[in-house]
Design a protein around this ligand. Structure first.
Ligand SMILES: [Zn+2]
Length: 207
């Protein structure tokens, strides 16, 4: 087989790591990568930064696998329509979210839904203890940005399932609305390294 078309486990390449912010060596191997909505796809040939472990590339040979996973997901969950909802947030918080996406070279810096999804994914992977801490943080968060007027309208496209999850999280954090939850998640994204790593992967894999 023409090895220049296929990547084998252990193959090392130079790649740009958006986390290390420089050219690094990365090693290919099979592993799990998330689709944009968090659905994990197993057995994908992908390169991981040798220094920090971030996902830096997926091999072309895995594209059919990822496509198939998207198809399967869509067939399995036909009821899972995308629901568009608008949320009001302070303009300065919108600036932060846009800046975060811009820095990660997201093609569309208005995709604030990706920040919320990244936060949810890091929470889904957390231990019970760390999840509890995160919910407490959401509940008790004090930040001057939350005092600002909510004068910016954001459209969020989430699946029904994700809205349900957010509603549950809102109740657990004892917050008055999902809008308030979304605002607090966006504020916490500034400080949450794990969630930022998830965001990096979402931006890389989703576009
Ligand atoms: Zn790195």
């Amino acid at each position: 087989m023409a090895s220049r078309h296929l990547f084998y486990p252990g193959r090392r390449v130079k790649a740009i790591c958006t986390k290390c912010k420089e050219i690094v060596t990365a090693t290919y191997g099979y592993g799990t990568v998330p689709l944009q909505d968090g659905t994990p796809v197993e057995g994908v040939m992908r390169a991981i930064c040798d220094r920090c472990g971030s996902l830096v590339a997926t091999a072309p040979q895995s594209t059919p696998l990822v496509r198939a996973a998207i198809e399967t997901r869509n067939e399995k969950r036909p009821h899972e329509r995308k629901e568009r909802t608008t949320v009001r947030i302070p303009r300065v918080l919108a600036d932060f979210a846009r800046w975060e996406l811009f820095e990660l070279k997201a093609p569309d810096p208005e995709r604030f839904d990706l920040l919320v999804k990244a936060f949810i994914m890091s929470l889904a992977r957390a231990t019970e203890k760390r999840r509890g801490h995160a919910i407490e943080k959401l509940r008790n968060l004090k930040d001057p940005v939350l005092e600002q007027p909510c004068d910016y309208l954001v459209a969020l496209n989430f699946s029904e399932q994700l809205w349900k999850y957010l509603k549950q999280l809102q109740l657990e954090a004892r917050l008055p609305s999902t809008s308030e939850l979304v605002r607090r998640i966006l504020v916490l994204m500034e400080r949450d390294q794990r969630a930022e790593d998830e965001l990096r992967n979402l931006v890389l894999i989703g576009h």
